[in-house]
Design a protein around this ligand. Sequence first.
Ligand code: V47
Length: 380
Amino acid sequence: MTSSRNASKPPSIDDVRLRPILNKVESGERLSFDDTVTMYRSSDILSIGYMANLVRERMHGDVTYFNVNRHINPTDVCVASCRLCAFGKRVKDPTAYTMSLEQVWEIAGKGYAEAVTEFHIVGGLHPELTLDWFCKMLAGLKERYPGVHLKAFTMVEVAYLAKRTKISIRETLERLKAAGVDSLPGGGAEIFSERVRRIICDHKIDGDEWLDTARTAHQIGLKSNCTMLYGHLETAEDRADHLLRLRTLQDETGGFVTFIPLAFHPQNTVLSHLPKTTGFDDLKQIAISRLVLDNIPHIKAYWIMMTPGIAQIAQRFGANDIDGTVVEEKIYHDAGATTAQHLRRQDLLRLIREAGREPVERDTSYRPVTRTESAFTVLV
Ligand code: V47
Protein backbone atom coordinates (compact mmCIF):
# COMPACT_ATOMS: atom_id res chain seq x y z
CA MET A 1 0.00 0.00 0.00
CA THR A 2 1.31 3.46 -0.80
CA SER A 3 0.64 6.52 1.28
CA SER A 4 -0.80 9.78 0.05
CA ARG A 5 1.20 12.35 1.99
CA ASN A 6 -0.91 14.64 4.21
CA ALA A 7 -4.11 12.91 3.18
CA SER A 8 -5.11 13.09 6.86
CA LYS A 9 -5.60 16.89 6.74
CA PRO A 10 -8.81 17.60 8.62
CA PRO A 11 -11.38 19.88 6.97
CA SER A 12 -11.00 22.34 9.85
CA ILE A 13 -9.42 22.73 13.25
CA ASP A 14 -12.43 22.20 15.50
CA ASP A 15 -10.83 23.48 18.70
CA VAL A 16 -10.13 27.18 18.09
CA ARG A 17 -7.46 27.16 20.84
CA LEU A 18 -5.33 24.97 18.54
CA ARG A 19 -5.28 27.45 15.64
CA PRO A 20 -2.30 29.52 16.86
CA ILE A 21 -0.50 26.25 17.53
CA LEU A 22 -1.14 25.10 13.96
CA ASN A 23 0.34 28.40 12.70
CA LYS A 24 3.48 27.74 14.75
CA VAL A 25 3.74 24.13 13.56
CA GLU A 26 3.35 25.17 9.93
CA SER A 27 6.09 27.77 10.26
CA GLY A 28 8.40 25.49 12.29
CA GLU A 29 8.19 27.63 15.44
CA ARG A 30 8.94 26.01 18.80
CA LEU A 31 5.90 25.26 21.01
CA SER A 32 5.73 26.67 24.53
CA PHE A 33 4.71 25.21 27.91
CA ASP A 34 1.27 26.85 27.53
CA ASP A 35 0.84 25.42 24.01
CA THR A 36 1.63 21.98 25.40
CA VAL A 37 -0.91 22.26 28.22
CA THR A 38 -3.51 23.58 25.76
CA MET A 39 -3.06 20.46 23.63
CA TYR A 40 -3.38 18.17 26.66
CA ARG A 41 -6.62 19.95 27.58
CA SER A 42 -8.07 19.60 24.08
CA SER A 43 -10.05 16.61 22.87
CA ASP A 44 -9.62 17.58 19.20
CA ILE A 45 -7.36 14.61 18.68
CA LEU A 46 -7.64 14.65 14.89
CA SER A 47 -6.24 18.17 14.71
CA ILE A 48 -3.42 17.37 17.14
CA GLY A 49 -2.71 14.18 15.20
CA TYR A 50 -2.76 16.08 11.93
CA MET A 51 -0.15 18.55 13.21
CA ALA A 52 2.04 15.76 14.56
CA ASN A 53 1.78 13.85 11.30
CA LEU A 54 2.86 16.97 9.43
CA VAL A 55 6.03 17.19 11.53
CA ARG A 56 6.62 13.44 11.38
CA GLU A 57 6.45 13.39 7.58
CA ARG A 58 8.64 16.50 7.39
CA MET A 59 11.29 14.68 9.41
CA HIS A 60 10.96 11.07 8.25
CA GLY A 61 8.70 10.95 5.20
CA ASP A 62 6.89 7.61 5.12
CA VAL A 63 9.54 5.59 6.92
CA THR A 64 8.72 3.64 10.08
CA TYR A 65 11.68 2.04 11.79
CA PHE A 66 11.77 -1.25 13.65
CA ASN A 67 14.57 -3.41 14.94
CA VAL A 68 15.28 -7.00 15.83
CA ASN A 69 16.18 -6.98 19.49
CA ARG A 70 16.14 -9.09 22.61
CA HIS A 71 15.38 -7.88 26.12
CA ILE A 72 17.52 -9.30 28.90
CA ASN A 73 16.62 -8.65 32.56
CA PRO A 74 19.46 -10.22 34.58
CA THR A 75 17.63 -9.83 37.91
CA ASP A 76 14.30 -8.69 39.30
CA VAL A 77 15.74 -8.15 42.79
CA CYS A 78 15.41 -4.46 43.64
CA VAL A 79 16.12 -2.44 46.77
CA ALA A 80 13.69 0.27 45.64
CA SER A 81 10.06 -0.59 46.28
CA CYS A 82 8.49 1.74 43.76
CA ARG A 83 4.71 1.86 43.90
CA LEU A 84 4.56 2.03 40.11
CA CYS A 85 6.42 -1.22 39.58
CA ALA A 86 5.23 -4.84 39.42
CA PHE A 87 8.62 -6.21 38.38
CA GLY A 88 11.01 -5.61 41.30
CA LYS A 89 11.18 -8.08 44.19
CA ARG A 90 12.86 -8.01 47.59
CA VAL A 91 16.11 -9.97 47.86
CA LYS A 92 14.53 -12.51 50.25
CA ASP A 93 11.44 -13.10 48.09
CA PRO A 94 11.48 -16.80 47.13
CA THR A 95 10.06 -15.96 43.71
CA ALA A 96 12.85 -13.47 42.90
CA TYR A 97 15.50 -14.46 40.38
CA THR A 98 19.07 -13.49 39.57
CA MET A 99 20.81 -14.99 36.57
CA SER A 100 24.37 -16.24 36.71
CA LEU A 101 26.77 -14.75 34.16
CA GLU A 102 26.58 -18.00 32.18
CA GLN A 103 22.76 -17.77 32.15
CA VAL A 104 22.87 -14.19 30.82
CA TRP A 105 25.28 -15.19 28.05
CA GLU A 106 23.22 -18.26 27.17
CA ILE A 107 19.82 -16.56 27.16
CA ALA A 108 21.24 -13.79 24.96
CA GLY A 109 21.87 -16.29 22.21
CA LYS A 110 18.60 -18.20 22.34
CA GLY A 111 17.06 -18.45 18.90
CA TYR A 112 18.07 -15.00 17.80
CA ALA A 113 21.82 -14.87 18.04
CA GLU A 114 22.43 -14.32 14.34
CA ALA A 115 19.51 -12.02 13.56
CA VAL A 116 19.45 -9.75 16.59
CA THR A 117 21.18 -6.37 16.35
CA GLU A 118 20.52 -5.14 19.91
CA PHE A 119 20.38 -6.47 23.44
CA HIS A 120 18.25 -4.22 25.67
CA ILE A 121 19.52 -4.94 29.19
CA VAL A 122 17.86 -3.55 32.32
CA GLY A 123 17.14 -4.94 35.76
CA GLY A 124 16.44 -4.24 39.41
CA LEU A 125 18.79 -2.47 41.81
CA HIS A 126 20.44 -5.58 43.26
CA PRO A 127 22.22 -4.96 46.59
CA GLU A 128 24.97 -7.50 45.89
CA LEU A 129 25.72 -7.49 42.16
CA THR A 130 28.82 -5.33 41.73
CA LEU A 131 30.00 -3.02 38.98
CA ASP A 132 32.73 -5.60 38.25
CA TRP A 133 30.06 -8.30 37.82
CA PHE A 134 28.19 -6.16 35.29
CA CYS A 135 31.43 -5.29 33.47
CA LYS A 136 32.18 -9.01 33.21
CA MET A 137 28.66 -9.63 31.91
CA LEU A 138 29.13 -6.96 29.22
CA ALA A 139 32.57 -8.16 28.20
CA GLY A 140 31.25 -11.74 27.94
CA LEU A 141 28.37 -10.60 25.72
CA LYS A 142 30.73 -8.64 23.46
CA GLU A 143 33.03 -11.63 23.17
CA ARG A 144 30.20 -14.00 22.24
CA TYR A 145 28.07 -11.62 20.11
CA PRO A 146 30.53 -9.00 18.85
CA GLY A 147 28.16 -7.45 16.30
CA VAL A 148 25.31 -6.86 18.73
CA HIS A 149 24.76 -3.34 20.16
CA LEU A 150 24.52 -3.31 23.97
CA LYS A 151 21.86 -0.80 25.07
CA ALA A 152 22.16 -1.28 28.78
CA PHE A 153 21.37 0.24 32.21
CA THR A 154 18.92 3.02 32.95
CA MET A 155 20.19 6.23 34.53
CA VAL A 156 18.75 4.89 37.80
CA GLU A 157 20.88 1.73 37.62
CA VAL A 158 23.97 3.76 36.73
CA ALA A 159 23.46 6.11 39.69
CA TYR A 160 22.91 3.15 42.04
CA LEU A 161 26.07 1.38 40.84
CA ALA A 162 28.05 4.59 41.32
CA LYS A 163 26.74 4.99 44.87
CA ARG A 164 27.46 1.36 45.80
CA THR A 165 30.94 1.45 44.26
CA LYS A 166 31.61 4.85 45.88
CA ILE A 167 32.79 6.38 42.61
CA SER A 168 31.40 9.19 40.50
CA ILE A 169 28.67 8.80 37.90
CA ARG A 170 31.21 9.76 35.24
CA GLU A 171 33.67 7.06 36.28
CA THR A 172 30.88 4.47 36.47
CA LEU A 173 29.75 5.33 32.97
CA GLU A 174 33.32 5.28 31.69
CA ARG A 175 33.86 1.79 33.13
CA LEU A 176 30.59 0.49 31.69
CA LYS A 177 31.49 1.99 28.32
CA ALA A 178 34.94 0.43 28.37
CA ALA A 179 33.36 -2.95 29.20
CA GLY A 180 30.98 -2.80 26.23
CA VAL A 181 27.98 -0.50 26.78
CA ASP A 182 27.19 1.17 23.44
CA SER A 183 24.23 3.29 24.56
CA LEU A 184 21.66 3.60 27.35
CA PRO A 185 17.92 2.92 27.28
CA GLY A 186 15.47 5.59 28.36
CA GLY A 187 13.85 4.01 31.40
CA GLY A 188 13.62 5.26 34.96
CA ALA A 189 12.75 8.85 34.07
CA GLU A 190 9.11 8.27 35.13
CA ILE A 191 7.77 11.80 35.66
CA PHE A 192 10.11 14.53 36.88
CA SER A 193 7.49 16.23 39.12
CA GLU A 194 8.79 15.88 42.69
CA ARG A 195 5.24 15.78 44.07
CA VAL A 196 4.34 12.74 41.98
CA ARG A 197 7.76 11.11 42.21
CA ARG A 198 7.49 11.11 46.00
CA ILE A 199 4.40 8.92 45.67
CA ILE A 200 5.18 6.59 42.77
CA CYS A 201 8.94 6.05 43.10
CA ASP A 202 10.28 7.71 46.25
CA HIS A 203 13.33 5.40 46.46
CA LYS A 204 14.66 6.44 43.08
CA ILE A 205 16.99 9.28 42.12
CA ASP A 206 15.09 12.50 41.57
CA GLY A 207 14.42 14.16 38.23
CA ASP A 208 17.48 16.42 38.35
CA GLU A 209 19.73 13.45 39.14
CA TRP A 210 18.22 11.51 36.22
CA LEU A 211 18.91 14.45 33.90
CA ASP A 212 22.43 14.97 35.32
CA THR A 213 23.26 11.29 34.73
CA ALA A 214 21.97 11.53 31.16
CA ARG A 215 24.02 14.71 30.66
CA THR A 216 27.18 12.94 31.83
CA ALA A 217 26.50 9.93 29.60
CA HIS A 218 26.10 12.22 26.61
CA GLN A 219 29.26 14.15 27.56
CA ILE A 220 31.38 10.97 27.46
CA GLY A 221 29.97 10.03 24.06
CA LEU A 222 27.17 7.64 24.99
CA LYS A 223 23.84 8.31 23.32
CA SER A 224 20.65 7.43 25.18
CA ASN A 225 16.91 7.28 24.87
CA CYS A 226 14.45 9.03 27.15
CA THR A 227 10.98 8.17 28.42
CA MET A 228 8.04 9.55 30.36
CA LEU A 229 5.68 7.39 32.42
CA TYR A 230 2.16 8.80 32.15
CA GLY A 231 -1.36 7.83 33.13
CA HIS A 232 -1.02 7.67 36.93
CA LEU A 233 -1.14 10.69 39.27
CA GLU A 234 0.39 13.36 37.09
CA THR A 235 -1.31 16.50 35.75
CA ALA A 236 -1.16 17.99 32.26
CA GLU A 237 1.31 20.53 33.67
CA ASP A 238 3.54 17.72 35.00
CA ARG A 239 3.64 16.09 31.56
CA ALA A 240 4.42 19.43 29.88
CA ASP A 241 7.17 20.15 32.42
CA HIS A 242 8.71 16.71 31.83
CA LEU A 243 8.79 17.12 28.05
CA LEU A 244 10.27 20.62 28.29
CA ARG A 245 13.02 19.52 30.68
CA LEU A 246 14.02 16.78 28.24
CA ARG A 247 13.98 19.29 25.38
CA THR A 248 16.17 21.71 27.32
CA LEU A 249 18.79 19.03 28.01
CA GLN A 250 18.66 17.95 24.39
CA ASP A 251 19.41 21.54 23.31
CA GLU A 252 22.55 21.29 25.44
CA THR A 253 23.85 17.79 24.59
CA GLY A 254 22.05 16.45 21.52
CA GLY A 255 22.48 13.01 23.09
CA PHE A 256 18.89 11.74 23.07
CA VAL A 257 18.04 9.58 20.10
CA THR A 258 14.49 8.44 20.76
CA PHE A 259 11.66 9.40 23.09
CA ILE A 260 9.30 6.67 24.28
CA PRO A 261 6.13 7.69 26.15
CA LEU A 262 5.26 4.80 28.49
CA ALA A 263 1.66 4.28 29.59
CA PHE A 264 1.33 3.19 33.20
CA HIS A 265 0.05 -0.38 33.66
CA PRO A 266 -1.47 -0.53 37.17
CA GLN A 267 -2.11 -4.27 37.58
CA ASN A 268 -0.07 -5.97 40.34
CA THR A 269 1.28 -2.64 41.58
CA VAL A 270 0.41 -0.74 44.77
CA LEU A 271 -1.49 1.64 42.46
CA SER A 272 -3.71 -1.12 41.04
CA HIS A 273 -6.83 0.92 41.85
CA LEU A 274 -5.94 3.39 39.08
CA PRO A 275 -7.55 2.92 35.66
CA LYS A 276 -5.44 2.02 32.62
CA THR A 277 -4.82 4.69 30.01
CA THR A 278 -7.13 4.80 27.00
CA GLY A 279 -6.21 4.55 23.33
CA PHE A 280 -7.31 8.18 23.03
CA ASP A 281 -4.79 9.34 25.63
CA ASP A 282 -2.03 7.12 24.20
CA LEU A 283 -2.44 8.57 20.71
CA LYS A 284 -2.67 12.13 22.01
CA GLN A 285 0.51 11.59 24.05
CA ILE A 286 2.39 10.29 21.01
CA ALA A 287 1.27 13.30 18.97
CA ILE A 288 2.10 15.89 21.63
CA SER A 289 5.53 14.28 22.11
CA ARG A 290 6.30 14.69 18.40
CA LEU A 291 5.15 18.30 18.42
CA VAL A 292 6.96 19.43 21.58
CA LEU A 293 10.22 17.47 21.29
CA ASP A 294 11.30 19.20 18.10
CA ASN A 295 14.96 18.37 18.74
CA ILE A 296 14.67 14.63 19.46
CA PRO A 297 14.86 12.74 16.20
CA HIS A 298 12.62 9.74 16.87
CA ILE A 299 9.32 9.04 18.64
CA LYS A 300 8.69 5.40 19.43
CA ALA A 301 5.25 3.81 19.80
CA TYR A 302 6.31 0.84 21.91
CA TRP A 303 3.88 -1.86 20.79
CA ILE A 304 4.33 -3.93 23.96
CA MET A 305 3.01 -1.04 26.00
CA MET A 306 0.30 0.35 23.68
CA THR A 307 -0.76 -2.85 21.90
CA PRO A 308 0.22 -3.52 18.28
CA GLY A 309 -3.08 -1.96 17.09
CA ILE A 310 -2.57 1.44 18.74
CA ALA A 311 1.16 1.42 17.88
CA GLN A 312 0.12 0.98 14.26
CA ILE A 313 -2.31 3.93 14.29
CA ALA A 314 0.37 5.94 16.12
CA GLN A 315 2.41 5.80 12.91
CA ARG A 316 -0.10 8.38 11.60
CA PHE A 317 -0.10 10.41 14.85
CA GLY A 318 3.57 11.39 15.02
CA ALA A 319 5.46 8.16 15.74
CA ASN A 320 8.13 6.92 13.34
CA ASP A 321 9.29 3.84 15.26
CA ILE A 322 7.50 0.80 16.62
CA ASP A 323 10.37 -0.83 18.58
CA GLY A 324 11.28 -4.41 17.78
CA THR A 325 10.68 -8.09 17.98
CA VAL A 326 11.56 -7.76 21.73
CA VAL A 327 11.45 -11.45 22.88
CA GLU A 328 10.59 -12.08 26.54
CA GLU A 329 9.46 -8.71 27.88
CA LYS A 330 8.97 -8.86 31.67
CA ILE A 331 8.42 -5.36 33.11
CA TYR A 332 5.07 -4.71 31.41
CA HIS A 333 3.90 -8.31 31.54
CA ASP A 334 4.42 -8.45 35.30
CA ALA A 335 2.17 -5.35 35.40
CA GLY A 336 -0.61 -7.12 33.52
CA ALA A 337 0.16 -6.37 29.86
CA THR A 338 -1.78 -8.79 27.69
CA THR A 339 0.20 -8.15 24.50
CA ALA A 340 2.45 -10.89 23.15
CA GLN A 341 6.01 -11.09 24.50
CA HIS A 342 7.37 -11.30 21.00
CA LEU A 343 6.32 -10.30 17.48
CA ARG A 344 7.78 -11.92 14.40
CA ARG A 345 9.50 -9.74 11.85
CA GLN A 346 6.73 -10.42 9.35
CA ASP A 347 4.10 -9.26 11.88
CA LEU A 348 5.89 -5.93 12.29
CA LEU A 349 6.20 -5.53 8.51
CA ARG A 350 2.47 -6.09 8.09
CA LEU A 351 1.52 -3.62 10.83
CA ILE A 352 3.71 -0.94 9.29
CA ARG A 353 2.73 -1.53 5.67
CA GLU A 354 -0.96 -1.59 6.52
CA ALA A 355 -0.55 1.90 8.02
CA GLY A 356 0.78 3.07 4.66
CA ARG A 357 4.32 3.39 5.95
CA GLU A 358 7.55 2.01 4.58
CA PRO A 359 9.19 -0.40 7.03
CA VAL A 360 12.92 0.03 7.49
CA GLU A 361 14.83 -2.31 9.75
CA ARG A 362 17.38 -0.27 11.69
CA ASP A 363 20.19 -0.90 14.12
CA THR A 364 20.24 1.03 17.40
CA SER A 365 21.91 4.01 15.69
CA TYR A 366 19.17 4.08 13.02
CA ARG A 367 21.39 2.79 10.27
CA PRO A 368 19.35 0.64 7.85
CA VAL A 369 20.01 -3.09 8.17
CA THR A 370 19.82 -5.09 5.00
CA ARG A 371 19.09 -8.79 4.99
CA THR A 372 17.68 -11.32 2.63
CA GLU A 373 14.17 -12.52 3.47
CA SER A 374 15.44 -16.09 3.24
CA ALA A 375 17.87 -15.46 6.10
CA PHE A 376 14.85 -14.64 8.25
CA THR A 377 12.86 -17.61 7.07
CA VAL A 378 15.57 -19.70 8.63
CA LEU A 379 16.18 -17.70 11.77
CA VAL A 380 12.81 -16.41 12.93
O1 V47 B 1 11.78 2.41 33.67
C1 V47 B 1 7.83 0.13 35.23
C2 V47 B 1 8.37 1.62 33.26
C3 V47 B 1 10.29 1.28 32.16
C4 V47 B 1 5.72 -0.04 34.99
O2 V47 B 1 14.97 2.86 25.67
C5 V47 B 1 6.25 0.71 33.97
O3 V47 B 1 14.37 1.89 23.82
C6 V47 B 1 4.19 0.94 33.10
O4 V47 B 1 12.24 2.08 29.75
N1 V47 B 1 3.61 0.24 34.07
C7 V47 B 1 11.09 0.22 31.43
N2 V47 B 1 5.50 1.20 33.03
C8 V47 B 1 10.80 0.21 29.95
C9 V47 B 1 11.66 1.18 29.19
C10 V47 B 1 11.82 1.03 27.73
C11 V47 B 1 10.95 0.24 27.01
C12 V47 B 1 11.14 0.10 25.63
C13 V47 B 1 12.18 0.70 25.00
C14 V47 B 1 13.05 1.50 25.72
C15 V47 B 1 14.21 2.13 25.04
C16 V47 B 1 12.87 1.68 27.10
O5 V47 B 1 8.98 0.86 32.29
C17 V47 B 1 10.67 1.62 33.56
C18 V47 B 1 9.44 2.34 34.02
O6 V47 B 1 9.45 3.66 33.58
N3 V47 B 1 7.53 0.80 34.16
N4 V47 B 1 6.72 -0.42 35.78
C19 V47 B 1 4.32 -0.27 35.05
N5 V47 B 1 3.72 -0.94 36.03
